[in-house]
Design a binder for this molecule. Structure first.
Ligand code: SF4
Length: 509
C-alpha cells in the first residue's frame, strides 16, 4: 500500500500517514492544477512550497517519498504505477462523491487502485453530519453548531454551554476606538525553498492572475508571508492565542482601512492544508479561556468559526454539489465588474479591500461577506463568476470553501441554509468601518451623481427581487421601508442603479 496525499492534505500526525508508518508516500505536484484558474501567485506558492517542505520533512524523518513534478495528476499516477505496478493507494476522501468517482477512475486507468479513508482535517464525520441532517431539505447552522458542541463537549459543562449561552454574537459586533491598533500579525519570512518556489510560480504561471482579465495592471504583491510548515503553523497558532484572540472577539465584524488583519486568526491557510488540525486550535483557544487569558465571548466566537461554520460548510458542500455551484435562484446575470481584479474604483471600501487581496491573497470574513459579496449581491453578479474570483484570488480558498460561502451565504443562490440575503447599504459599512469618511461618494445619498453606489443598488435589489423576497418573514421590515418610497423615488433609484452599472462596465466607478 502507498499513502497518497494530495496537496491540501499535509497531515502527518493523524490519518493514513500516522496509521501506516512503514508505507511509501506519494505526492504529485501538478502544473495543470495551477492552471485550472488564474490563481493568485501567493496561493500557488503556498500550496507548492508547503508540499515541497512536507516532502523534505518526511524524507528527513526516514519516510520513503515518491515526489513527481509533472504536468497533471494523471501523468504523476502513470509514472508511479509504471514503477510500482498494480499498487493500491490509500488517500483521504475528497470533498464530494463525484470527485471520488473521478479520482477512482483516474487511478484505475493509470494502472492501480485506491482506497479512501476519513479526511482528518475535520472534526465531524460524514456519518455524524448525515445523521444530524437526516432528510431535511435545508440546514440550520445554529442547530448544527449546538449539536457538535454537545457531541464534542467543547465549551460545555454538565450538558450546558459554558457561561450559560450558546453564542455571544451580540458581543462580537463592537467597533474599536479611534486610537486602537491591531496586534502585529506574524510574518513568516520565506526561506530558500519558498523563494525558489515563488520564482518558479511567477515564471510558470505568468499570464494567470496577473493577466486577468485586462492585463498589465498588476502591482507587485507583498512578499509572501504565510506558514508553509507545521512548525510555522504552530507558531502562528501560538501567536494568535497569545496576542490576538482577546481582540478578535469584540471586533470580529469591524473593518479598518489601515488594519487588514484586525484580530483575526489568519489560521485558515494552515487548517485547509492540514498543517493544523481543528481540534488542536479549538483546544488551545478553550485552554486560554480556562486559564483566564482570553474572555469567553472571544473564545466562543472563534470556536463557532472553526467547529461551527467550517465543519458545516464542508458537509453542505458535499451534500449539495454539483447543483450548489450553479445555483442562482435570484436569476442574477451581471458580469463581475473588472475592479474586482484591478482594484480600480473610487469606492474607498472596495478599492482598499481589493488592493489587499491583490497584495496578499487575503481579506477577513466580514470584508468578504459584507463588502465583496454584498456588492456582488445587490449589483446582481452571476454567482459562479464571483465564486470563481474568490476561489482564484484567496490563499485559503478551495472550491469546498468558497462555493457555500459565496454562492449561498453571500449571494443567496440556493436557499439551502441562508434564511435571507445579506444585503446592506452604506449604513452598515459606515457603522462597521472607517471607510466612508474618506470616500468621494456620499454615504447618505441614494440617488444622483456622487451617491454611494451601495445605496441605490440596495434599494433596487429589493425592488427587483420583490416577488421572491417580500414573503420572507425576515425581510418584512426592509420592505416596509421600501414601501415608504414613492414612485418618483423608486424611478430615481433605478436610474442611479443603471448608472452605477454602466460606470462599472466602463471602469469608471
Ligand atoms: Fe463604500 Fe459607499 Fe462608504 Fe464609499 S460611501 S466607503 S462606497 S459604503
Amino acid at each position: 500500500m502507498t499513502v497518497w496525499l494530495r496537496g491540501d492534505h499535509l497531515v502527518r500526525r493523524r490519518g493514513p500517514l500516522a496509521d501506516r508508518p512503514d508505507d511509501r508516500v506519494l505526492l504529485v505536484e501538478s502544473e495543470s492544477f495551477g492552471r485550472k484558474l488564474p490563481y493568485h501567485p501567493h496561493k500557488l506558492t503556498l500550496v507548492f512550497s508547503a508540499m515541497r517542505h512536507f516532502r523534505d520533512e518526511l524524507r528527513e524523518a526516514g519516510r520513503r517519498v515518491e515526489y513527481y513534478s509533472v504536468g497533471s495528476f494523471r501523468e504523476g499516477l502513470e509514472a508511479y504505477f509504471e514503477a510500482y505496478p498494480g499498487e493500491t493507494l490509500v488517500t483521504p476522501s475528497p470533498p464530494t462523491p463525484s470527485e471520488r468517482t473521478r479520482l477512482e477512475a483516474m487511478v484505475e486507468s493509470a494502472g492501480g487502485s485506491v482506497e479512501f479513508v476519513a479526511d482528518e482535517r475535520f472534526c465531524c464525520s460524514r456519518a455524524m453530519f448525515d445523521e444530524w441532517a437526516g432528510d431535511a431539505d435545508g440546514y440550520r447552522h445554529e442547530d448544527f453548531y449546538r449539536f457538535l458542541r454537545r457531541e464534542t463537549g467543547y465549551l460545555m459543562a454538565d450538558g450546558e454551554p459554558v457561561g450559560g449561552s450558546w453564542n455571544y454574537d451580540e458581543e462580537n459586533r463592537e467597533t474599536p476606538p479611534d486610537d486602537w491598533t491591531a496586534p502585529e500579525p506574524p510574518n513568516f519570512e520565506p526561506d530558500e525553498l519558498t523563494r525558489d518556489t515563488a520564482a518558479w510560480v511567477r515564471e510558470t504561471f505568468a499570464g494567470g492572475y496577473d493577466a486577468e482579465p485586462y492585463g498589465g495592471d498588476w502591482a507587485d504583491p507583498e512578499t509572501f508571508r504565510w506558514p508553509v510548515t507545521r512548525r510555522q503553523a504552530v507558531r502562528a497558532l501560538d501567536d494568535f492565542v497569545e496576542n490576538r484572540l482577546t481582540e478578535f472577539g469584540p471586533y470580529q465584524d469591524a473593518m479598518r482601512r489601515s488594519e487588514w488583519a484586525m484580530g483575526h486568526s489568519l489560521l485558515s491557510t494552515s487548517l485547509n492544508l492540514g498543517l493544523l488540525g481543528p481540534a488542536e486550535v479549538i483546544k488551545r483557544a478553550i485552554a486560554a479561556y480556562e486559564d483566564g487569558d482570553a474572555p469567553l465571548y472571544s473564545v466562543e466566537g472563534f470556536v463557532r468559526q472553526i467547529l461551527g461554520w467550517r465543519e458545516f460548510l464542508r458537509h453542505v458542500y458535499r451534500r449539495e454539489m454539483p447543483a450548489l455551484a450553479e445555483a442562482n435562484q435570484l436569476g442574477a446575470d451581471e458580469d463581475l465588474p473588472a475592479f474586482y481584479w484591478t482594484g480600480d474604483t473610487e469606492m474607498a471600501c472596495l478599492s482598499d479591500v481589493v488592493d489587499g487581496v491583490r497584495r496578499r491573497g487575503y481579506s477577513h470574513h466580514i470584508e468578504r461577506l459584507m463588502l465583496l459579496s454584498n456588492f456582488g449581491l445587490v449589483y446582481g453578479v452571476e454567482p459562479r463568476q464571483l465564486n470563481r474570483w474568490f476561489h482564484a484570488g484567496y490563499v485559503d480558498a478551495f472550491h469546498w470553501v468558497t462555493t457555500p460561502n459565496v454562492v449561498e451565504m453571500g449571494l443567496f443562490g440556493a436557499g439551502v441554509f441562508a434564511t435571507k440575503p445579506y444585503a446592506a447599504s452604506a449604513n452598515y459599512v459606515d457603522r462597521m468601518s472607517d471607510y466612508c469618511s474618506g470616500c468621494p461618494y456620499d454615504k447618505t445619498k441614494a440617488t444622483g451623481e456622487g451617491a454611494c453606489p451601495f445605496n441605490a443598488l440596495y434599494w433596487e435589489f429589493l425592488d427587483r427581487n420583490e416577488n421572491r423576497l417580500r414573503s420572507n418573514h425576515r425581510m418584512g421590515l426592509v420592505y416596509n421601508h421600501l414601501d415608504n418610497k414613492d414612485d418618483g423615488e423608486r424611478a430615481a433609484i433605478r436610474e442611479r442603479a443603471d448608472d452605477v452599472r454602466s460606470k462599472a462596465e466602463r471602469g469608471d466607478l
